[in-house]
Design a protein around this ligand. Structure first.
Ligand SMILES: [Zn+2]
Ligand SMILES: [Zn+2]
Length: 510
């Protein structure tokens, strides 16, 4: 400092300029350092940014590029440094928005953008097509299950296998609580495909006529998104690939095998030809009916065969039972709460001159609440047995409980529904979410909804131009594959956001 005083003014001016210059460089270097360490940290812990469009890269102009800088150059350099600092600040804030530590619309947009990347769309479609070509019936989904496991392995996603013969439970995230489930069914139907296209079923008499091939593909798409965002996940997403939705109560078997252990809420989707591609539909509360089947055998009691006017007639007893069964819905149920009892077959043989020993009849019944469902079941048994007794016959009624042919109603838990609806509205826009009427169809997803809070949603596949307007279980059933990335992003958003919200508030407020 003292030596400075003795120096000529021009040299002192240069020294002051030098200090000014040095100060600028230090600030700039500090800014670069901060930015770099934050960038490294970001990449170490959030390596998925490569999936997103790259953010603006700032070229660092190093001060060593200047030889004997003039004052004007230094001012220019200082201004540029400030500008760069501003850019870096903005860049960091964009990156932190992508972290989704605060869920914003940008997070939803990133999910959808990722699902719609051409290479991801192609990959999702290829999974759906490979499964479509090789449809497998309930509990025989060996190749389908193998395909899923191979793709999971390729993505380095851990899984456990088998559950219920061919089922898989995979996990993405921290490996710790909270656990949220996403479910897809894998089985096809015993139907001969009538649609002529490149990826038509190669298995005679078997077809993915209910879109379960699409459900697997969508869940795999969600898995890819979630795996890429694994370090954002504030808990664990459990992916459930289940067998035998169409027959055999695969969901029930998966639950019994422990596939949803620790899972506190579960979500599932089904394709729907009633809703346009790009839209999702559902409703709170009862969504799909419970479905059951019955078969009764009415027999004459021993020793009462004889002349017609004295014989006991099982045909008459069975006919009375059919008429009385109609009274269950028309006279015992609330007309505003839809229920169905239908006799669908009646078999008394083909004799013309004698009454048969036995008559068999059967049908189906549906209801939207468990209480109504089991009440109807009890009344069907009672009505058939009592009508048989009136006509001096005996009856047995079978509800196929041992063959797992009872499907309870699918009821959306209100909080789970609200959560998923909000995630979908943010993802696709309010115009693409529809509140729908309940459907009389049924789903074995209902077994999950009986044990944990759940939400079930329909992914629109309707496209008039393409002709994807045919109902499922038809040999002419086709889907609009543009719905696949929409379904994938929807499932990923519901799960990631569930964990995010679960982490920031209690279960009650989700
Ligand atoms: Zn089906
Ligand atoms: Zn189905």
């Amino acid at each position: 400092m003292f030596r400075l005083i003795n120096l000529p003014l021009s040299i002192m001016f240069k020294i002051i300029i030098f200090f000014f210059f040095f100060f600028s460089v230090s600030v700039s270097a500090a800014a670069i350092g901060t930015s770099k360490s934050s960038y490294d940290h970001h990449h170490q812990h959030h390596h998925d940014l490569s999936y997103f469009d790259s953010t603006t890269t700032t070229t660092i102009i190093r001060p060593c590029c200047f030889d004997n800088p003039t004052f004007a150059e230094m001012i220019k350099f200082r201004n540029e440094t400030r500008q760069r600092q501003m850019q870096m600040k903005q860049q960091r804030s964009v990156q932190s928005r992508m972290d989704c530590t605060l869920w914003t619309k940008a997070c939803s947009e990133q999910l959808l953008k990722m699902a719609k990347r051409p290479e991801n769309v192609e990959w999702i479609k290829s999974i759906r097509r490979r499964i479509h070509e090789n449809p497998e019936l309930a509990f025989e989904e060996h190749e389908t299950s193998r395909l899923i496991r191979e793709e999971l392995q390729r993505m380095e996603i851990n899984f456990k296998y088998p559950f219920a013969k061919t089922g898989i439970r995979a996990m993405i995230g921290t490996g710790g609580p909270p656990f949220v489930g996403l479910r897809a069914d894998m089985d096809a139907l015993p139907i001969q495909e009538n649609v002529e296209w490149k990826h038509k079923s190669r298995n005679a008499g078997k077809m993915h006529a209910c879109g379960h091939d699409a459900h697997v593909a969508m869940l795999m798409g969600a898995a890819k998104i979630l795996k890429a965002r694994e370090n954002h996940l504030k808990g664990t997403v459990v992916l459930i690939f289940q067998p035998a939705e169409e027959a055999g109560n695969g969901a029930k078997r998966m639950i019994q095998a422990g596939a949803i252990e620790d899972v506190e809420a579960i979500f599932g989707v089904h394709v729907s030809h009633l809703h346009n591609t790009g839209t999702i539909a559902s409703r709170p509360g009862p969504l799909l009916a419970g479905c059951g089947f019955f078969r009764a055998t009415i027999s004459r009691k021993e020793g009462l065969i004889g002349i017609h006017q004295r014989s006991v007639d099982p045909v008459l007893a069975a006919s009375a039972a059919v008429i009385s069964l109609q009274g269950i819905v028309s006279r015992e149920s609330n007309p505003l709460d839809s229920q169905v009892v239908s006799v669908t077959f009646f078999n008394a043989g083909s004799e013309l001159d004698s009454t048969p020993d036995t008559v068999s009849l059967g049908g189906t019944f549906r209801a939207f609440s468990n209480t109504n469902f089991y009440q109807i079941l009890a009344r069907i048994r009672e009505v058939i047995s009592e009508q048989a007794r009136v006509f001096r016959c005996s009856a047995t009624v079978d509800f196929f409980e041992n063959e797992d042919r009872i499907y309870p109603p699918t009821v959306n838990d209100e909080q789970s529904y609200e959560h998923a609806k909000n995630a979908i509205v943010d993802l696709l826009g309010p115009e693409n979410f529809n509140v729908m009427d309940p459907l009389m169809g049924s789903e074995d997803f209902s077994f999950y909804s009986e044990v944990i809070p759940s939400g079930f949603f329909f992914v629109g596949i309707r496209n008039e131009t393409l002709g994807s307007i045919v109902s499922p279980h038809s040999p002419n059933f086709i889907i609009d594959e543009d719905a696949l990335p929409v379904g994938a992003a929807t499932e990923a958003a519901i799960a990631e956001r569930y964990l995010y919200q679960r982490n920031t508030m209690s279960r009650v407020s989700i």
